[in-house]
Design a protein around this ligand. Structure first.
Ligand code: PEP
Ligand code: MN
Length: 361
């Protein structure tokens, strides 16, 4: 589906780049949201956020104050003179948010996974061109994310954006939700006009990592940040560990470097062209060499076939994997990259041998 969107620069927000959305994970009390908003004055934010209905993993956690908080959020936004945004997960939330004059809606990660829920929200919004931001689904499924955006566009909305909040992890991870940056980058490639906001709070799950992940988001040229901020983070009723004080947000904002996307500096541009040509040449060589390697793999496949030997020779593979990894690491490549590279080479090699041994292709 082709997207015909109203550019985010025409949504009436203060800052064009980067857009900053901040505010508490949850609206808890009238004073908490008002004090947080007032604290955010110096951060010059574009939009005040606050969750009213909270999708929590386990029951008996704080599930939000409900509709009563909509007015508190709106009043705090008025006092700060910025639009406000909250999460909606069904048609009832949409109607109540619209009635309370909430300016921007977002669809949470646990809702984006469910096409029925997204469709219900899209239908409830038919005929109303309010900005809607769609968080990625919890699972790393780009078509599902795009499908939600398509449902909104099909309902006539044109102010649509995405929020990258990372993908669920299981077991040990440095992140609460793995960023898999390649997924939002691919989304940007597929729908260039779609604004993408990065949510370092839910990606990291811890306040210490908000700054570096925010910097990374800006360096990857995403359109903005959504950062959870609470007047007393440690007392927050949800996501306490990842929330930061308004003062800390001001500090982070000052420290963030906003690099240019392009330049008119001739000398730099010439040098860049030259270096890119070098890269193009190296890539051609890489592909030549990889193809040569696969040709040898095919010959090995032929030999194995003639001698009735299995494709996978575990000891040989273990040895290659170890040796190549350390060769790469000694040359300054990361262990993770070498692991991914050799897993990929090995997979292709097996496939090529399979084709030869089973007379496919
Ligand atoms: C939130 O923004 O507070 C929230 C619940 O986010 P997510 O849907 O990304 O988990
Ligand atoms: Mn949260």
């Amino acid at each position: 589906m082709d997207f015909k969107l109203t550019p985010v620069t025409e949504w009436g927000l203060k800052n064009k780049r980067p857009i900053l959305i901040a505010g508490p994970c949850s609206v808890e009390t009238e004073s908490q949201v008002m004090e947080t908003a007032m604290g955010l004055k110096d951060a010059n934010i574009d939009v005040l956020r606050g969750g009213i209905w909270k999708p929590r993993t386990r029951p008996n956690s704080f599930e939000g104050v409900g509709s009563v908080g909509l007015k508190w959020l709106k009043d705090a936004g008025r006092a700060l003179n910025v639009p406000v945004t909250t999460e909606v997960a069904n048609a009832k939330h949409v109607y109540e948010a619209l009635r309370a004059q909430i300016d921007i809606l977002w669809i949470g990660a646990r809702t984006t996974v469910n096409p029925f829920a997204v469709q219900e929200i899209a239908d409830a919004l038919r005929g109303i061109d309010i900005p809607v931001l769609v968080k990625n689904p919890v699972n790393p499924d780009l078509p599902l994310w795009i499908g939600a955006l398509e449902r909104l566009q099909a309902a006539g909305l044109t102010k649509i954006g995405a929020i990258h909040r990372g993908f669920s992890t299981y077991g040990n991870s440095a992140y609460r939700n793995n960023p898999h940056w390649e997924i939002p980058i691919e989304l940007k490639r597929k729908i260039p006009e779609l604004p993408i906001i990065v949510d370092p709070s839910h990606i990291t799950g811890k306040r210490e990592m908000i700054h570096p992940v925010s910097q990374k988001a800006l360096d990857l040229d995403f359109n903005g940040l959504m950062i959870e901020s609470h007047i007393i983070p440690d007392k927050a009723l949800s996501d306490a560990k990842q929330q930061i004080t308004p003062d800390r947000l001001v500090e982070i904002k000052k420290a963030l470097l906003l690099r240019d996307v392009s330049t008119s500096n001739e000398a730099f541009l010439e040098k860049l062209v030259e270096m890119r040509q070098t890269i193009d040449g190296i890539d051609k060589q890489l592909i030549e060499i990889l193809s040569e390697r696969m040709n040898v793999a095919k010959q090995i496949g032929q030999c194995k076939k003639e001698n009735n030997i299995t494709i996978l020779q575990k000891d040989r593979w273990d040895q290659i994997f170890k040796e190549r990894k350390s060769l790469g690491v000694n040359k300054g490549l990361t262990e993770r990259f070498m692991t991914e590279l050799y897993n990929s080479i090995h997979k292709e090699s097996i496939k090529q041998q399979e084709n030869v041994m089973n007379d496919i292709g």
